[in-house]
Structure formats: C-alpha cells, structure tokens
Design a protein around this ligand. Structure first.
Ligand code: MN
Length: 738
C-alpha cells in the first residue's frame, strides 16, 4: 500500500500520472480561467448524498481536533500544553487546506505556503517525497510568520499516489536567536533571527533522523522543549495521516479525492455567500500605526531611529460577494525585527475572516481563494527580502489588522448585523521573554510566557467586549495557569494577577478589560528580560462609531525591592499598579523605573527585582456619554474603571462611604457632569474646514515630527498612487514631499 513509484528519479507521485508541480499549475490555471476551485461547477457529492457529505466532513474535522488534543500531551512546553498553542491541518497534494483543527489557526495558511513552496521547487524530483518522509519548515521567507513557528509536514500516500499532506505547527519556547526567547525584539537581519529550517527533509521511514535531532537541539537554548514539540507535531501529523487513510478505506479513494476538491470549493462559495448576505457593498478604509522609539534604544547603529509603521487598509466589497483587500501605501521594511512576509498577512486575513464571517461554514483555504488581496511588494507587509529580520512581525501585523475589523464592522453595521460588529482587539504583546540562571545550581530557565493569549476583545454595537479572553491569532484563547508558567519561568514567580483598571477602551459599549501581573525575581542570578509590544508612542487602532482605543501599555519595575524584608514582617506587597498613586513605589520600595513606551529592550535583572506588565484591553464602540450611568458604576465596582475616568470620560459621578468598597451612582451630579462635558466638547471643536487648513499648514511648512515625515516619505516612495492621493487630498503641489 505504501510503496511509491516517486522519490529520487522515480515516476510522478501526483494523480493520474502527473507530477505535483503539474497538479499545482493546473489548479492555478483552472482557478484563473474559471474562478472556481479546479473549475468545479457542481458540488456533485453534496447534491447526491448530503448526509454522507456532511458526515465525511465531520469525520475528518473530528479526527483533526482529536489529533490535536492527543498530541499536545506529548509536548512538555507550557506554551503548547498550558494554552494549546498548536494546530493541525489536512491539505490537498497542491497544499490547499481541506479541514483544520482548533487552536492557533493563523498558521493553517502559512503551512499551505510551505507545501506549495516544496511543490514549486520540485521536491518531488530532489530531495524526493516518499511515504514515511518528514519535512519541517520555519523560514519566514517561505510563508512562515517567524522562525519560532515550526511546521512538521508529512505526505499521505495511497498506493502509488500522494493524496495529501498532514501538517502541524507549534510555537517554540526559544529559537536560538541572538537573544533568548520566542519573539526577539533586537534582531535587524536574518542572521540574528535564530535557527532556520527551510523546508528540510528531517526524517525517513517515519523516523526523525538523528543528525537533525542533534543539530536542532544544539541550535536552541531549550533543547528538551524543542525535542518534545517536534515529537508532538510528528505524532499529530501521523494521527491525521492514519485518519485520512481510514477514511479512504471506508469511503473509497474516488470519494476522498472528489470530496477534498468539492469541500474547498464549497468553502469558497460559503465565504462569498456570507459576504453577499452580511456586508454592504462599497469601499471601506482604515489606517493603523505602530511607533518604535529606537533612536536611543536600538542596539545596532543602523537600527537607531524613531519610526512609525504605516498600515493603510482598503476593502472593496462587490455586489456579487467579491472581496478585495489592499494595503497600497504601506511604509517600508527596515533594520528591525518587525518586517512581515506576505504569507502571515494572508494568514491574518484568513484567521480574522474565519472568526468574523465564516465561523459557521467550512473553514478551509476555500475562504482564502474567495478573496483577492494586494500587499505591496517591497513594503513592510510583503518585504520580499530573505535577509531581513522577521523575528516579531506581530508588532506591526496585530495593529495593522485592526483595520480589517473596523472596515468589516462598518460593512456589517450597514447591513444591520450590529451584533457582529467587532471594534478591534487587544494587543497580544506584553509577554515577558528572555531567561536567567538559578543561583543555586546555575541551571538555565527560559521566560516564555503566553498569557498574552487572553487580552480584551473590542466592543460590538450591542454589547461590551469580552474581558481578558481573546487573541486575534488563536480563537481558543486562554491565559493559562500561573502555576504552570512558573514551572517554566522558575526564577520569577507571580506576586499577583489582577484586573487592570482603565485598560478597556471607552465607549457606549466598552472594550473588554485587560489585566496586570507583578513578578518577583527569586533564587535567580543574571536574568535577561524584555517585552515586545509596539504601543505607547502610538495606540493600536481606534474604536468605532465614537468609541475610544484601549489604553497603551507602559514599563514599570523596581530594582532591589524591599519586598522580601516587608514579607518577613508581614507587611503588604504590591498587587498591581495604580498610576494615579504612589502605591507601587511605597509597597515595592527599591529603585522604581516608569516609562510610557511599551517596548522593553533586554535588561538584566537580579534577585528581589520586581517586574510589572499590562495585558491589553480592547477598544470601545459608540460615545461613552451614551453609556448608561449605572453600568459605569458597575464597572467601577468591578475594578474596570477608576473614579477619575468615570468622571472625566463618561461623566459619571459616584460616591462611597469612608472605608466602603461599593460605589453608588449620584444621578443628579452625573447629569450635570455630562452636560458639562457636552459643553466643553462644543467649545473645543472646530469646523472641518478649519481643521483641514491647520493640518495642511503643518504638512506644507514641514512641521510634522521626523518619524511622521519619514513614514509618509516611505509610503509615497513605494506607491505613486498613494502619493498622488495624499497630495490631492491636501491640495499640495506636484512632487511635494512632507
Ligand atoms: Mn509564533
């Protein structure tokens, strides 16, 4: 059953005597010509026997979910075990996803790109693709997000033909970059990004080769986790392969082949039907920004500049279900870790649309095929240069895709789907990273926290956002157990996790709230810690319909804290931070550092140092003055908003008796305060024409800040169309540059 003709010098392993490359080229040609997957007209199997067809989908989908649940117990890494940071998918021979597991499904499309890359580079001829082979990829220039996401892909053979691929991905604890961690912030080129595996064959006969195991375990700082994650991915992929072969034995090979084709085409049709049903046709636009203050902080001389990522997004919805997304006008890539390849951008579209539009459909690459997109070649979001660094593209990608949620929200709202509106999402970016050494035996411990997988979701147009429970890249979000993170991060136990006041975006419907954590270094020496989160100089996308953005983050730590001495005396220690008071300073003692930017470059920490961080909230929807006053008071009682924000932003006045915890609404005072805010707004506002004149003058006289001018110059240099539109909008002379 598993003896193939293919492999080095063998006969083709594709269907009907074709090579895989011929199959891929034919698939792309048919899609180009007919606009349907493989030119399929009729969903024959679905029409012939609907129940068998749906049962077949459920059978494969169930096998993938079960494979993931089983495989994750093989991994030892808390990133995989604690929050399930892995996923699996089944692909066609050409690399189109047919059915996917739960989990971090942003990677379903990136693995598709890796399979297509192997097919395009004719791996069938060299190095050969044979039953029992195991391939791995983590190269961001081959469709992956960053080196930290490692794919394992196994071919599925039935008799002499390759009938598909089973593939899994996990996010590593460490990837052997020039600083420890999984989303390194300091690299400026590929040569600092860590260990690269560019679609390599790492195993034969269902056995991972020893030379690969020895090499890879020496390439990272946490070899045990690497090894067990690799076994987890291979085991999951083999569970899926075996399920596919069982399916073929039960349903027949002809049914399998036709079914896997039809179901991708059906996925495409479902997507288009949802677009027609839920989105009002039209042109929607949004812009996002991510500022990086690196003039002083960057390590390498060439990286020392303050700059802003410009992420303009435009979506055109046609009447017939056509969906076109373009980022014409995006700014340039550079000497930093935040460049992005096209594959992850495609993955991000796919993962968000899977959640916002086709969550009840058949989630596979059909929805990817249903839309057209343009990521400008040579821009930060399609850099096309393998020698750049792609360590942490999330720093730009996550803010950029709040544009998609805002555009879709307007299109959904306009059709009357108010409950489907999502004003945005939190920044999954305040994970501490790095590592240290235990003082008593010198053992290395990695800091690789993934509690960022539970931030605030944006508000809809009928309800508040989900509190501390969302990640845009993993619909199964989970903050994980602190105790399990501590098993990994053994030198820096938790002092506290609690709700962080004022992180939720303000609005009639508020964003989901964020939270904060306080960690104490104990029994440790020489911990090198950092945090990758690109807000502070900019916020990461506003809310919608008058809602506000969520709070940006900031940095706070104490060196040489007095917590151990205070604890010995039974005195309290900080459970969080209220920036309106000096409570943290008083309770932590030591030398306290506060800074408004969120990004934290590597810093050395020693025993008794305390590190604080904030997990983001989500943006709001609608005018905060329209939020029922009692709900704001409820928020105050839940620790979501402080008294200052309730009064200044929501115009809600509440009081509480001395020593009491519960706030009570003062209705009269609140009415007066809201009137007052409305009066202030009227006083401060300008007619649009005046605003436009004022801004135009700043541009014309060159009064924009250097990072803003640099950003506009990059966008104009990369796109003549964007440059012309910019000049036309501001009525600037031909050839004008900011
Ligand atoms: Mn990753």
């Amino acid at each position: 059953m598993t003896v193939a003709k293919g492999g080095v010098g063998g006969a083709p392993i594709g269907w009907d005597g074709k090579t895989l490359l011929e199959m891929l080229e034919e698939s792309e040609r048919l899609f180009q010509e007919k606009g349907r997957y493989l030119g399929i007209d009729q969903l024959e199997l679905k029409e012939e026997d609907h129940f068998r067809y749906e049962r077949a989908f459920a059978k494969l989908r169930g096998a993938l979910v079960a494979a993931r649940e089983t495989a994750l117990h093989i991994s030892a890494s808390p990133i995989v075990r604690n929050i399930g940071e892995l996923c699996f998918a089944l692909y066609t021979p050409e690399g189109d996803s047919i059915v996917v597991s739960t989990g971090i499904i942003v990677h379903v499309h990136t693995m598709s790109e890796a399979i297509k890359w192997m097919v395009r580079n004719n791996y069938e001829r060299d190095p050969g693709i044979r039953p029992g082979d195991i391939f791995t990829n983590n190269d961001p220039a081959v469709g992956n997000v960053h080196t930290t996401d490692v794919h394992t892909m196994v071919p599925i053979f039935w008799e002499d033909e390759l009938v598909g691929w089973a593939s899994g991905v996990t996010h590593q604890v460490d990837i052997g970059a020039h600083i420890p961690g999984h989303d390194p912030v300091t690299p400026t080129s590929r040569f600092e990004d860590g260990f690269h595996l560019t679609c390599e064959r790492i195993g034969e006969d269902e056995h991972i080769r020893q030379d690969h195991r020895l090499r890879s375990q020496r390439a990272v700082r946490s070899p045990l986790y690497w090894d067990l994650d690799e076994k987890c991915r291979a085991a999951g992929a083999y569970l899926i392969r075996d399920a596919a072969l069982r399916f073929i034995a039960e349903e027949g090979i002809d049914y399998y082949k036709r079914f896997t084709r039809e179901v991708v085409e059906e996925g495409r049709r479902i997507f288009m039907a949802r677009v027609r049903e839920r989105l009002l046709p039209g042109r929607y636009r949004a812009a996002s920004f991510a500022g990086i203050p690196w003039k002083e902080e960057a390590w390498q001389p060439k990286a020392r500049r303050d700059f802003i990522c410009h992420a303009p997004m435009e979506i055109v919805i046609g009447r017939d279900g056509d969906f076109f997304l373009t980022m014409e006008g995006a700014s340039a890539p550079g000497y930093h870790a935040f460049n992005c390849a096209e594959g992850p951008m495609q993955g991000a579209i796919w993962v968000l649309l899977s959640q916002m539009l086709v969550y009840d459909g058949k989630v596979n690459d059909g929805s990817y095929l249903a839309l057209r997109h343009y990521f400008p070649p040579g821009s930060w979001c399609n850099a096309q240069d393998p020698q750049l660094s792609y360590s942490t593209p999330w720093a730009f990608l996550i803010p950029a895709f709040t544009g998609l949620t805002r555009c879709l929200s307007r299109a959904l709202f306009a059709r009357g789907y108010w409950e489907e509106v999502v004003s945005g999402y939190g920044f999954t970016g305040d994970a501490i990273q790095g590592g240290g050494y235990l003082a008593f035996n010198g053992e290395y411990w990695p800091a690789a926290n993934f509690e960022i997988s539970a931030v605030g979701l944006g508000a809809s147009a009928v309800r508040d956002g989900l509190d501390w429970g969302y990640a845009m890249w993993n619909p199964e979000s989970d903050q994980g157990d602190a105790e399990l993170w501590e098993l990994l991060e053994i030198g820096i136990p938790y002092l506290a996790r609690r709700v962080k006041a004022d992180t939720a975006g303000y609005g009639k419907y508020r964003g989901g709230s964020g939270w904060e954590a306080v960690r104490l270094l104990v029994g440790n020496r020489d911990a090198e810690l950092y945090i990758g989160r690109a807000d502070g100089p900019t916020f990461m996308g506003p809310g919608v319909f008058g809602g506000y953005p969520q709070a940006t983050s900031y940095r706070l730590w104490s060196r040489g804290s007095e917590i151990m001495d205070r604890a010995a005396k039974g005195q309290p220690y900080p459970l969080g931070d209220d920036p309106d008071t000096d409570e943290f300073e008083e309770l932590a003692g030591g030398e306290v550092m506060r800074r408004p930017a969120a990004m934290m470059m590597p810093e050395m920490f020693q025993d008794r140092d305390v590190l604080h961080y904030v997990l983001s909230g989500g943006p709001g929807c609608g005018d905060p003055l329209e939020r029922p006053a009692q709900r704001v008071v409820d928020d105050m009682n839940g620790g979501i908003f402080s008294e200052r924000i309730a009064e200044d932003v929501f115009g809600v006045v509440a009081s509480r008796d001395e020593g009491q915890e519960r706030w009570t609404l003062d209705e009269e005072a609140a009415d007066a305060r809201r009137q007052e805010i409305r009066r202030l707004r009227a006083e401060r506002s300008l007619p649009y024409e005046e605003f436009w004149q004022r801004e135009r003058q700043l541009i014309e006289e060159g009064q924009l800040g250097e990072p803003v001018r640099g950003m506009f110059r990059e966008s104009m240099g990369l796109s003549e169309a964007w440059a012309q539109e910019f000049r036309a909008f501001w009525k600037l002379p031909e050839g004008f540059e900011p």
